[in-house]
Design a protein around this ligand. Structure first.
Ligand code: MG
Length: 254
């Protein structure tokens, strides 16, 4: 199932993609819901982030070639950080370049959406706590990350976490391929078999640190090929089987 959220007028709706059309649903995607006969075309739909996570957790440097392209060592244990939930952005939303950064980079990633409250999950049980997967662009103010050495400022600006357009619940992460497309040109193309820490390992590690709640996100890291964006660029993250997340980059006008 491909779940999404969208806006009709002032009203926010949940939906599911059926035969190429978005059908409104009533109820909770994590519990009971009913698929209604209220149907919308995908084209022209105002998408919202498919989920509003209580926390947005991330794995850094989970692909060898990406760690090396930025001159970093390959981590021996998963390296984690957080993005604030206020950074979440939608398919079709604008990515805003902060005035204090001279280099904002894209990072196309596969993101896990947690389906149930859990802690201390063993690798063998990891699949049972996953609701689905979505596309993420882990936008990063690279120059500020280098100045601070800590990730928080560089990763936390409003609009720096576009996700969507859909959460796919029927998805085989083992064969997932993540592409990033900048102005029509493929700039990242990585498969999950290149991950240093696979998804069961990530779930075990993260849930061993903090209780995970339904809707929480774990970003699984970006493949090689990260690079900067500028105002006017169209940046897209495409994962076969999930969809294509499209965003336009703009300068901060404030
Ligand atoms: Mg990242």
């Amino acid at each position: 199932m491909k779940f999404c959220r969208f806006r009709v007028g002032l009203v926010e709706k949940d939906g599911v993609l059926v035969d190429g059309k978005v059908r409104e649903i009533e109820g909770s995607i994590f519990d009971d819901y009913v698929i209604t006969d209220r149907i919308h075309d995908e084209d022209g739909l105002e998408f919202l982030p498919p989920i509003l996570p209580s926390k947005f957790t991330c794995i850094a440097r989970n692909y060898v070639a990406h760690a090396k392209e930025l001159g970093n060592d390959v981590p021996e244990i998963p390296m984690i950080f957080l993005k604030p939930s206020t950074a979440v952005n939608a398919h079709g939303g604008e990515i805003i370049i902060p005035t204090e950064s001279e280099q904002v980079d894209y990072e196309g990633e596969l993101a896990i959406v947690i389906g149930k409250k859990c802690r201390k999950v063993k690798k063998a049980d990891a699949e049972s706590v996953i609701f689905g997967y979505t596309c993420l662009n882990d936008m990063t103010a690279r120059d500020l990350q280098k100045i601070d050495t800590k990730f928080t400022r560089a990763k936390s600006y409003d609009s720096f976490a576009p996700i969507g357009p859909y959460i796919e619940t029927d998805f085989d992460w083992k064969t997932a391929r993540t592409k990033t497309i900048k102005n029509g040109e493929v700039v990242q193309d990585g498969t999950t078999d290149l991950m240093i820490f696979d998804i069961p390992t990530i779930i075990e590690y993260m849930s061993g640190i903090m209780t995970l709640l339904p809707g929480d996100i774990i970003a699984t890291g970006t493949p090689a090929g990260v690079g900067r964006v500028d105002a006017g660029d169209i940046i897209e993250v495409e994962i076969e089987g999930i969809g294509r997340l499209t965003n336009k980059v703009v300068d901060d006008k404030e």
